[in-house]
Design a protein around this ligand. Structure first.
Ligand code: 3NM
Length: 217
C-alpha cells in the first residue's frame, strides 16, 4: 500500500475539544496548508455526543471529500460505517483489531501499538498501519503512556517490518524530522495544528519538514 504511506505524511487528528475555534474552520485551514489525512477523534471533557457528534463528523467528512483527504474515524465503528468513512483507528482498549477488520471490510484500519508484541498481533489481525507513541510528552491525551521516543519505530524497521507507521504524541514543527528519520512514514498531530495560531501555517511547515527527510521505506 504505497499510496497509504503517502497519505500518512501529515495526519491531522482532532475533535471539537481540541479546537479554540470552529473545528470546520480549523480543518479547512489545515487542508489548505497541506495535511494528507484526517482523523475525527471526538473525546474528552465536553465532547459532543449523539446527533451533534454525527453532524460535526459529517461536515468534516464533507470538507475532506471535497479535497480528496482520507477521513478516518477514531474508535467509533458504527459512526465510521454510517458515514462510509475511509477508515477507522483503534487503540488497545477498543474492540480487537480482528473483529474491527471483519466489520469494516477493506476500509483502512489503523491500530495504536506500544510494544513489539502489540505490533505483531495488530499485523496478524489485519492492521494497515501503526500509530506509535507517545514519541514525546503530550498534554493532549490524559491517559497517554510515558513517552518513549522512537525506539519501537526503529526496532520494527531494524527487524525488517515495512508496515506503514506514524509517530504520535508531542510532535511539533521542531521535532517532526526526528520521527521521520527514525523510520516513520508520517507524523500524526493534534495540538501542533489545532492549537496553532494559524493551522494553515502549522500544516504547511509540518508538510515541508516531513518531505525534507529522504525516505527509504
Ligand atoms: N495518542 P498531541 S498520544 C491521541 O500515544 C494520542 O497513542 C497517543 O496529541 C498515543 O499531538 C496522543 O497534541 C495525543 O501531542 C497526541
Amino acid at each position: 500500500m504505497n499510496h497509504l504511506r503517502e497519505m500518512l505524511k501529515v495526519y491531522f487528528i482532532m475533535g471539537s475539544t481540541n479546537c479554540f475555534k470552529d473545528p470546520r474552520e480549523v480543518l479547512a485551514e489545515s487542508i489548505d496548508g497541506g495535511i494528507t489525512m484526517f482523523q475525527f477523534r471526538e473525546k474528552g471533557d465536553g465532547a459532543l455526543t449523539g446527533v451533534e457528534k454525527f453532524n460535526l463528523a459529517k461536515d468534516l467528512q464533507s470538507l475532506c471529500r471535497k479535497n480528496q483527504i482520507p477521513f478516518i474515524v477514531n474508535d467509533d465503528i458504527e459512526l465510521a460505517l454510517a458515514l462510509d468513512a475511509d477508515g477507522v483507528h483503534i487503540g488497545q482498549e477498543d474492540e480487537p483489531a480482528s473483529v474491527v477488520r471483519e466489520k469494516i471490510g477493506n476500509k483502512i484500519l489503523g491500530v495504536s501499538v506500544h510494544s513489539m508484541e502489540e505490533a505483531l498481533a495488530a499485523l496478524k489481525d489485519g492492521a494497515d498501519y501503526f500509530g506509535i507513541g507517545p514519541v514525546f510528552p503530550t498534554k493532549t491525551k490524559k491517559d497517554a503512556k510515558p513517552s518513549r521516543g522512537t525506539t519501537l519505530i526503529e526496532e520494527l524497521r531494524r527487524k525488517g517490518y515495512s508496515t506503514p507507521i506514524v509517530g504520535i504524541g508531542g510532535i511539533t514543527t521542531e521535532n517532526a524530522s526526528t520521527v521521520m528519520a527514525a523510520g516513520a512514514n508520517g507524523i500524526s498531530v493534534i495540538s501542533a495544528i489545532s492549537h496553532a495560531s494559524s493551522p494553515y501555517e502549522a500544516a504547511k511547515i509540518l508538510r515541508k519538514r516531513v518531505e525534507s527527510v529522504e525516505k527509504v521505506i
